[in-house]
Design a protein around this ligand. Structure first.
Ligand code: MOS
Length: 691
């Protein structure tokens, strides 16, 4: 009856792997639905203004067209709907004639087939009263305001000015990262229908429960009447965290036309209508003694956002955590502009923020003529530098030392341009980083079935990470049975409140709930007067701010070859050492952090959303123009985990969804400097910036 070996810790392939590679797994736009109609978006071509005229007469006369929804006839949505930050104007589609950003949906054409809807959408004529837009993002823009401190206060410890004045060396440099677009493999899609006041949705998202909450608010119906299912999701990276335009518009059309409606975004529509990582502009000032002990860190950062919705790109967090210094000040600012409302992209805040911090640390090491690894080791804190809070597990030094050993860092000559292979310049670089960890409330239900199996239900999301496989192992161990006796259900808002696949907190949050439900169920099953079939619902409520600073850590090492004739940068080696708490499944965990590092490589060398200054529209909103790393760009990436255990978690878990992306761009930029002697303070590292 009992399992012989624990499932947690074993390298098991994805349970649904075969379904996915044989095409049997069904995604949001794959499920056949009778009487289905199809919606196609029409989007704004200007960045600011009002709709003067929207002529749908030609579209309505086209074959198969059922109708067109726009601001004049669309169902009204509750203007107060939103989320954590309150009302969110980015959800209020087709509610008025205002254009707040290029790409804003202005109409939805509904027809019998997607081809008919697409053809008719092209026939909708929209004219605008154009107003001047502002996309001129930069640090110190006149519209700058302090960022929300809802994720945590700014740091302001010690006497910054005095410590900088007393420093033997001060590095002050400005770093810029561009707007980046979300490029999950599966474009956003939703199939929606109404059954009376019950709204049914098959959607591609990162959290069925939170999407059901937003939809319930938008439609002013009880949350229980909104049923969101997301059985398989082809990637998210943060871009499928929000309730997307495909669901909002689809549910409006299903209501208006009384039929099931599917809205599947094209790749170009994903670029222009979903969300992006905002650009950042960061000024980093670090002062140190001649022996490399830091005296002061001053991190000023700005990011762009839309006035429609609050958003925090938390660039300054690592400056409060990674290195000890008597004075630390962080100042995070937001610049409201006429831009596509941003949303989290993998490693939000930490990814652009660590590019600035870890590049500046490398510049400081250069100025001190000190090994950049040694500089970091000399500034390892004993308590959280900005707050004095004790750390929970902190294995950054282990990551740095073990990574350095595997990478062969000790043999490095730290002078730039010191290594050549034929015409190529070779360089190596490193970066350290941290990413916050924790647990959010979730509900799990476990039923002991009469046949000896267990049905485990949790509103978790498997966005391709292998969450289904990991949670099956967690449930098996918690119940003391083999994984073959676990039947796991996820991706369904009817399963109750659950945190989404985001914030690197999915697996920790869901595992906590499953563990608690399993313990309760086992206690009940041990009671002879109770029946053998029992269901337990557990909603876990955990302190958002644990007693000890809870973070994951990594050290990333990169080797690049630069062709000085063309400026071409090739990453030849990438090695990441990670401390992420206990690892549930080394196969899936490695896949997650390797994917994260590839995304960081892509950020370093390729990704950049370019906007036409005249219209504000994205000039490269497709895969021809928006470059992401392809296989030929990716070397053999090594990723390993140092032994780690989070004492504040019942299973010792922390999280690893995002940390792979943070740090990688700085390691590559530092390697490019080492190869060429030229600093890369603006991403991506394009050919023209290398030469
Ligand atoms: Mo993640 S960027 O928290 O989906």
């Amino acid at each position: 009856m009992n399992q012989d070996t624990p499932a947690v810790g074993a390298p098991r392939p994805r349970i649904e792997g075969r379904l996915k590679v044989t095409g049997a797994a069904t995604y949001a736009a794959d499920v056949p639905v009778p009487d289905l109609a199809h919606g196609w978006l029409v989007t704004a071509t200007v960045s600011r203004g009002r709709i003067r005229d929207l002529d749908v007469s030609a579209a309505l006369a086209m074959p198969g067209v059922l109708g067109v929804l726009d601001h004049r006839n669309a169902p009204r949505l509750n203007p107060k709907a939103g989320g954590f930050f309150g009302p969110d104007g980015s959800l209020q589609l087709l509610q008025d004639d205002e254009i707040p950003y290029a790409g804003r949906p202005v109409a939805l054409v509904v027809a019998e087939t997607p081809e008919q809807a697409s053809a008719a959408a092209a026939a909708v004529r929209v004219t605008y009263d154009v107003e001047p837009h502002d996309l001129d993002f930069r640090l110190g823009h006149p519209a700058t305001r302090p960022a929300s401190t809802a994720f945590g206060p700014e740091a302001d410890t010690g006497d910054l000015e005095a410590e900088l004045a007393a420093s033997a060396v001060v590095v002050e440099e400005r770093y810029r990262t561009p707007e980046e677009s979300h490029c999950a493999m599966e474009p956003h899609a939703a199939t929606t229908w109404w059954d009376g006041d019950d709204l049914h949705v098959l959607d591609s998202n990162q959290g069925a429960f939170s999407v059901s909450e937003v939809l319930a608010a938008l439609w002013s119906v009880d949350r229980e009447r909104v049923h969101v299912r997301s059985e398989h999701v082809g990637g998210g990276f943060g871009g499928k965290g929000p309730c997307g335009p495909q669901v909002i518009l689809g549910s409006m059309a299903a209501r208006a036309f009384g039929r099931p409606v599917r809205v599947a975004l094209t790749r170009a529509q994903v670029f222009e209508t979903t969300s992006s990582r905002p650009p950042t502009d960061q000024l980093m000032t670090i002062g140190a003694d001649a022996d490399g002990r830091l005296r002061a860190i001053h991190h000023r950062a700005a990011y762009a956002l839309s006035p429609l919705a609050e958003y925090i790109e938390w660039c300054t967090e690592q400056a409060k955590i990674l290195y000890t210094a008597p004075a630390i000040r962080t100042q995070l600012t937001a610049v409201p502009l006429d831009v596509l409302p941003p949303a989290s992209m993998r490693g939000p805040g930490a990814t652009p923020g660590s590019f600035a911090l870890e590049s500046a640390m490398d510049e400081l090491a250069e100025r001190l003529d000190l090994d950049p690894l040694e500089l970091r080791l000399r500034n390892e804190p004993t308590v959280t530098p900005a707050t004095g809070r004790p750390f929970s597990t902190r294995r950054l030094v282990s990551c740095l030392r073990e990574g350095s050993r595997r990478f062969g860092w000790a043999a490095r000559d730290r002078r730039p341009r010191s290594r050549r292979e034929g015409p190529l310049l070779i360089g190596t670089g490193l970066a350290a980083t941290s990413f916050s960890a924790g647990v959010f409330p979730s509900t799990a239900s476990i039923t002991a079935e009469a046949d000896g199996t267990f049905t485990v239900a949790i509103g978790a999301s498997d966005i391709g990470t292998g969450a289904r496989t990991a949670l099956t192992a967690v449930a098996a161990d918690a119940l003391g049975v083999g994984t073959e006796r676990i039947r796991l259900h996820l991706g369904d808002s009817d399963l109750g409140m659950a945190w989404g696949a985001g914030g690197s907190r999915g697996t920790t949050s869901w595992s906590f709930a499953i563990g608690k439900a399993a313990a309760e169920l086992r206690a009940r099953l041990a009671d002879p007067v109770r029946p053998v079939t029992a269901t337990v619902d557990t909603t876990t409520m955990i302190d958002y701010q644990p007693a000890r600073e809870r973070q994951t850590y990594s050290a990333v090492f990169a080797e690049v070859a630069v062709d000085p004739a063309t400026g071409e940068v090739r990453v030849r080696r990438l090695l990441g050492m990670f401390a992420v708490g206990r690892v549930i499944n080394p196969l899936l965990a490695r896949s997650q952090v390797v994917g994260g590092m590839i995304m960081g490589l892509s950020m370093a060398l390729h990704e950049e959303s370019v906007r036409d200054p005249g219209t504000g529209r994205q000039a490269n909103g497709d895969f021809a123009g928006y470059h992401i790393a392809a296989h030929a760009d990716v070397p053999d990436v090594e990723a390993e985990f140092v032994p780690d255990y989070e004492p504040q978690d019942p299973l010792g878990l922390n999280g690893l969804g995002e940390i792979g992306t943070a740090g990688t761009a700085a390691a590559i930029a530092n390697a490019v400097w080492h190869a060429t002697g030229r600093r890369q303070r603006t991403l991506p590292i394009r050919l023209d910036r290398v030469l």
